[in-house]
Design a protein around this ligand. Structure first.
Ligand SMILES: [Fe+2]
Ligand SMILES: [Fe+2]
Length: 282
């Protein structure tokens, strides 16, 4: 059994200090086996924001694995953005932008979905390249077969159940099909600042397709569970969702997700998947 804390979109530079303190305290009390951070550590990739993010991560007792988000490369210094986009990320967060975590039970493979430029006005959207998919397939194929496989990216692989047209990471369908071919059981992402979980059923054509929105958010060994986290500490909240993170349990090849919500003073279990109310509320 493995216990994972999935945190995302911390956005140092625009955080709620109480939520930051509360998150550090909760994670160090809960002692997960691994903390997975799915990007957007900063607002504008400023050094002081990165320093705050690094100080936060240094306080955590659990090991941390992370990917960058679109906010983690500078929108101002274009030379840096094009020539060395991840220099600050590598200095303050992690040397690798696509690290791999592996123990006797799980493998966590990270994908950098951030684009330094795009042939459109909006450069915040993410993409997976064909080369990245090929590389990921090779990395997945090389893993011991018994490991529960998790893929992490910043941009969403599946849309929210209430907005099927939401923009996904580029080549999401191709990537999901490749993940399923290699037995990936769980994907983790952020970016939307909304938390939800969806089951992706394998299709005979090889094309992945969303089927059911499971209330208890479980994945069986045949299904892939696509999980999104809200923003753990940022004041940039969307859709009346409070700050939140995901507490994930991997046992017997099955992932179970419990969303944890910030009440302003403490964390509580969300009543159900997609709910913004605590389980203990009337
Ligand atoms: Fe974000
Ligand atoms: Fe983002």
């Amino acid at each position: 059994m493995r216990r994972i804390a999935h945190i995302s979109d911390l956005h140092f530079g625009r955080t709620d200090p109480a939520a930051v303190e509360g998150l550090a305290a909760e994670l160090n009390r809960d002692r997960p086996d691994l903390v997975i951070a799915s990007g957007d550590f900063t607002m504008r990739a400023h050094i002081r924001e990165y320093e705050e993010a690094r100080a936060f991560l240094a306080r955590l007792t659990a090991p941390v694995i992370a990917v960058p988000g679109n906010h983690d490369i500078t929108p101002f210094r274009l030379w840096e953005r094009f020539l060395h986009p991840f220099r600050r990320y590598r200095r303050y967060i992690a040397a690798e932008t696509e690290p791999l975590f592996q123990d006797e039970e799980i493998a966590v493979l990270c994908l950098n979905t951030v684009r330094t430029w795009a042939p459109e006005r909006d450069w915040s959207q993410g993409k997976i390249t064909r080369a990245q998919i090929r590389r990921t397939e090779a990395r997945l194929a090389a893993l011991p077969p018994q490991l529960f496989r998790i893929v992490v990216g910043h941009h969403p692989f599946m849309p929210p159940p209430w907005d099927e047209e939401a923009r996904l990471v580029g080549r999401a369908d191709e990537a999901l099909a490749a993940f399923q071919r290699h037995g990936v059981g769980l994907t983790l992402a952020g970016h939307l600042h909304r938390g939800y979980s969806r089951v992706v059923m394998p299709q005979p054509s090889g094309e992945p397709k969303a089927e059911i929105d499971v209330s208890e958010a479980r994945a069986s060994p045949q299904h892939l569970l696509a999980v999104q986290a809200g923003s753990a500490t940022s004041t940039r909240l969307r859709g009346n969702e409070p700050n939140a993170y995901n507490r994930i349990r991997i046992e017997d090849g099955v992932a179970t997700v419990q969303v944890r919500l910030w009440t302003g003073t403490d964390w509580c279990d969300a009543a159900e998947s997609g709910s913004t109310r605590c389980a203990t509320e009337e």
